[in-house]
Design a protein around this ligand. Structure first.
Ligand SMILES: Nc1ncnc2c1ncn2[C@@H]1O[C@H](COP(=O)(O)OP(=O)(O)OP(=O)(O)O)[C@@H](O)[C@H]1O
Length: 619
């Protein structure tokens, strides 16, 4: 089912009846500068009794007939004179938008038709009018049949359907819905939806423009599932459709889930059947929100790519959804029962990348970590390995990745023989790899190995129609995450968000929503809130404090990340310095850094660790 409806073009346009649509454009007109002689010759050769006269811009001036030319000749006027004095300027043309049924040609074979600037666009003949009527008749018949089919389906469908206009007044309601509600259809049509359906939200969906699916609603003493879909036309909401679902196995599961959720939320006694749920739901294409042409294209490409084991290269700006796509591909690929291993190539220090990716054998290093460690490729055996930010991978490591892709085996540091591995590689980057190849910053052979199936994910600014869907999805999930009732959002805010350039793409949009949901006190986010808390970032004192706390939490998370990185580094430095018997110059050479940098690094380490290293250092 589509998430929002865009009204189809009318089968029957008003323009269909306009004269301008049916005129013959293959016609002759005479300029007012023509002579009587030229006019006479024209009548003889064209075998017609009248001709339209135009100025140099093809604007209609009047009509000249054979009788007028003959009258001038009889009066002894020289035929070399121009027709300017002799045509009849009182003969009025038809306007292009005159309606066929209002036109009568009387005794004439054709009449001139002009556009709104009085430019002659054609001649309307009796045949033209007949053609017009016969085509309109056929269209009308088609419409009648379509309407009949539509009404039969509408009334025989098991689901309840109600259609409202942009103000929430009922335009149509089917039998299933009206009899479920116990109301007369004739009464319901023309009523506001809130008078017809208890606790409806269809009028709210008209405000927000955000579709709502699988919502549990308590109606007529029973819990039912409702869908509410806005209808858009020319970027405006022109109405909405409400659907009530009574049957369908998959829908029943949804109903069950929703009811269970509702019971849990309201503290009611839970139902006796408990559906087993996996601990962590895998991400699938259902989680990849978007119905724009471009995202559907990317999703189709990704679905097709998932069916083969070939390497995939996903490109697109930061935050467009490269990782979520990768997970969705994994979820339907033949590797879905295996692990999903994600590696961010830019966040691992260069010196550690090799051991992270390929692992190391027990005893490979003489440092503190004695035991061996499997690398990411080995961990991804029978699953998917996701190399994010592959454009940031050092050239030396690119050669090693290429070898793994060619040989399908990895050699952990310190190992004597390679281990074969079976994995699907998905790489992603927001950098222009092709240009990097030309600049010798990325290996050409690896580029072609990775680019077997390229998938491009367009930035959010090129698919603004996805913004309301994303807002709807994340409003719900963020509120659920914070255990707060689901908030509404005004149509103006949604429109402002659609017009905003999300440079950080969906990640930025999600962060903005999270911020608004937590900062706005009421249960609806209005444009003013968006302006205040996002566009202007002009936060009141207490909110600034809350934000600072939030930032502090983020920083502390960052710090712990930094700590992990530092520990890796410490381990490496410890090992190299030890292997070089504490000689810092040699150690710095091996690490590919200057002696001064090594000193600085050592100073930066925590005291106790520094001490540990210190007693192994010789100057
Ligand atoms: N189509 C989508 N539907 C729902 N959520 C999405 C969609 N695309 C992205 N997101 C969400 O936006 C955020 C960023 O997405 P993701 O990490 O996949 O982007 P990315 O392109 O990999 O970013 P980066 O290049 O910075 O790593 C995530 O929270 C993700 O769940």
């Amino acid at each position: 089912m589509r998430d929002h409806l865009v009204e189809q073009d009318d089968l029957f346009h008003h323009e269909l009846l306009e004269a301008g649509r049916w005129v013959t454009t293959d016609f002759h007109a005479l300029p007012y500068t023509a002579t009587l002689k030229e006019a006479a010759e024209f009548f003889l050769s064209a075998k017609q009794n009248e001709v339209a006269i135009v100025d140099q811009h093809q604007r209609y001036l009047g009509e000249l007939s054979v009788a007028m030319v003959m009258k001038a000749a009889v009066q002894g006027v020289s035929l070399e004179e121009t027709i300017e004095q002799y045509y009849d300027s009182s003969v009025k043309p038809l306007a292009y938008n005159e309606i066929l049924s209002d036109i009568s040609l009387m005794s004439k074979t054709s009449v001139p038709v002009v556009d709104r600037d009085n430019v002659l666009i054609g001649m309307l003949t009796k045949n033209n009018i007949q053609d017009g009527f016969s085509q309109i008749y056929q269209k009308l018949q088609l419409l009648e049949n379509t309407a009949e089919w539509f009404h039969v389906s509408f009334d025989n469908i098991y689901e309840g359907i109600v259609v409202v206009d942009e103000h929430g007044y009922v335009k149509m309601i089917n039998k299933a819905y009206s009899s479920y509600l116990g109301v007369e259809r004739d009464w319901a049509i023309g009523q506001h939806i809130i008078n017809v359906i208890d606790a409806t939200r269809l009028h709210i969906v008209l405000q927000t423009g955000i579709p709502e699916h699988n919502q549990v609603q308590f109606l007529k003493g029973q819990e039912v599932v409702a869908h509410r879909i806005p209808i858009w036309k020319n970027n405006k909401i022109i109405g909405g459709i409400g659907i009530l679902v009574f049957r369908g196995v998959s829908e029943l599961y949804h109903i069950f889930d929703k009811i269970q959720e509702l019971h849990n939320q309201t503290g009611l006694k839970t139902l006796s059947i408990v559906q087993p749920k996996p601990k962590e739901e895998p991400i699938t294409f259902n989680d990849v929100i978007g119905e724009s042409k471009s995202i559907i294209h990317s999703k189709n490409m990704a679905r097709r790519a998932a069916a083969s084991p070939a390497t995939i290269l996903i490109t697109g700006e930061s935050g467009v959804g490269k990782e979520i796509f990768t997970k969705a591909i994994h979820s339907i690929s033949s590797y879905k029962d295996g692990p999903f291993i994600s590696v961010n190539c830019s966040s691992i220090p260069e010196q550690l990348l090799e051991s992270e990716l390929f692992g190391y054998e027990e005893g490979a290093f003489t440092g503190s970590r004695k035991k061996g460690k499997p690398g990411k490729f080995l961990l991804a055996h029978k699953g998917t390995i996701f190399l994010d930010e592959i454009g940031d991978m050092p050239l030396e490591m690119q050669a090693k990745i290429l070898r793994v892709l060619q040989e399908r085996e990895v050699e952990p540091v310190g190992a004597t023989k390679p281990i074969s591995v079976d994995f699907r590689l998905i790489a992603a980057t927001n950098r222009p790899l092709h240009e990097m190849v030309e600049e010798n910053k990325f290996r050409e052979d690896l580029y072609y190995r990775l680019n077997v199936i390229p998938i491009y994910i367009p930035p959010l600014r090129e698919r603004k129609e996805d913004i309301p869907l994303l807002i709807g999805h994340y409003m719900k999930s963020i509120c659920q995450k914070h255990h707060i009732p689901i908030k509404d959002i005004s149509k103006e805010t949604v429109m402002a968000m659609m017009n905003y350039e999300w440079k950080g793409n969906i990640r930025e949009l999600v962060n903005a929503l999270e911020r608004l949901i937590t900062l706005v006190d009421g249960n609806c986010i209005y444009y003013d809130d968006f302006k205040r808390y996002f566009l202007d970032s002009n936060l009141p004192k207490e909110k600034i404090e809350a934000n600072l706390q939030d930032t502090a939490n983020k920083i502390s998370n960052l710090n712990s990340l930094e700590k992990v990185k530092q520990n890796h580094e410490k381990e490496l430095y410890l090992r190299i310095i030890q292997e070089e018997n504490g000689n810092k110059t040699k150690a710095a050479n091996r690490l590919g850094i200057s002696r001064a940098t090594l000193y600085n690094k050592l100073k930066g380490f925590k005291n106790e660790v520094y001490k540990k290293i210190d007693n192994r250092i010789k100057d």
